[in-house]
Design a protein around this ligand. Sequence first.
Ligand code: COS
Length: 384
Amino acid sequence: MDYFLTEEQQMIVDVARQITEEMIIPQRAELDEKEEFPAEILKAIAKADLFGLYIPEEYGGFGGGCFEMVLALEQFGRGCVGIATSFAASALGAYPILISGSDELKRKYMPVIARGEKWAAFGLTEANAGSDASGIQTTAVLDGDEWVLNGTKQWITNGGDAQIYSVIAITDRSKGPRGASMFVVEDTDPGFSYGAKEKKLGIRASSTRELIFKDCRIPKERLIGRQGTGFFTVMKTLDLSRPGIASLGVGLGQAALDEAVNYAKQRVQFGKPVISFQAVQHILADMAIQLEASRSLVYATARYINTEPKDMAKYSSMCKVMATDMAMKVSTDAVQVLAGYGYMREYPVEKMMRDAKILQIYEGTNQIQRNVIGQALNKEYSRN
Ligand code: COS
C-alpha cells in the first residue's frame, strides 16, 4: 500500500533498507549465534546519518520525529530485531535529555549521539521495579556540587557498550512519583560499573547488562530537567519510543511473511507448491491482514505523535500492543508454514519467532500497555 511518504521519508526508507540488505541480513545469523554486539553495523548506520533522525537540526540532527524513526526501525527490524534494538536503545537513552534536559545538556550530548559517535542507553528497570516503574530503589543524593548515585539497574540494553546513560533515581522518597529525578551518567564516571552480559532467548546481537552505581559521583549539572520530574520524563520517553518497538514488530512481521510466502511457493507436496492449498493460503492471508493493519496503525500513530498531542500515551500503547502481538503471531505462523524447516536454525524464521517474544515484554509489557489504554479511556469518558 502507498503510505504517501515525502521524498525525504522515502529516502530514509531507502537508506535503511540498503543497510539492512547489505549488512544486517548477511550478518544477523552469525551475530545472533555468537551473541555479538553489532558495533560495525551501528557505525555504518552512523555514517549514513541515521542516528540523528529524531534530533532537532539545532542539536546536530536530521530534525525528524517519531514517524521518521518508525520508518528506519521498520527496515532494520525486517533484518534483525537484535541489531535494530541496539540502534533503538540509543534513541531511548537520548529522549529524556531531549524531552526535559537543559539547553546546555542538549548541546553537550545531542550532537555526539546524532553523529553516532557515542551510543546512549536508558536506565529504568531494577530487580524489583519492572512494570511498577515508580518502585525503583536507586538513590541520588546531592553532596556539594555532585550527585552521588547508589543502586543497580537491571537488563539495560546497550549496557556496557553505550557511553551515555539516562538514569532515574530517587531523590526524595517521601514524594512518591514526584520524588524521582533523571541524570546523565557517562561510562567513565567514578563508581559506575557493569554486571555480566545476560544470556537471552532472542535479540542476541543486542547487549544487556546491569548498571551498578557504588557512590557514583557526577557533576550536579547532569540532572535532567528539574528535580522530581524523573518519573514524568520516563513516561513521556516511553510514549515516544513505544511506536518504534511497534515498528520493529512490523518489520519482523514483514520478514516472516516474505519467508513464508516464498517458501510456500517453492515447497512441493502432493505434486503442487503448498501455496496452492487453501489451508496454507488462509494462514498467509491472515498474516498479511494483521501485518497491514498493524503497519497502518503504527504509521498513523507516529504521524500523530509528530504533532506532539497531549493524548499520545493511549495511541502509543495501542500500536505497541497491536504490532507486537501481530509479530509474535505472524512469526509463529511462519514457522508453521515452513514446518520442520522452519524449526531449523538454517532458516531465519525460528530466530524471528525468538526475537518477536521480547517485543511483547520490553518497554512495558503488553499487559501494562492495556492498563495505560484502559486508564486513558476511563479518564476520557469521565470528562464527557
Ligand atoms: N505522561 C505524563 N505523565 C504521566 C504519564 C505519561 N504518559 N503516565 C503517567 N503519568 C503521570 C500521572 O498522570 C500521574 O501524575 P498525577 O499524580 O499528577 O496524576 C503520575 O505520572 C503517576 O502515574 P500513575 O499513577 O499512572 O503511575 P503508576 O505507578 O500507576 O504506573 C504505569 C503507571 C504502570 C503506566 C507505569 O509504571 C509504566 O509505564 N510501567 C511500565 C514501565 C516500563 O515500560 N518498563 C519497561 C522498561 S523500560 S525499557
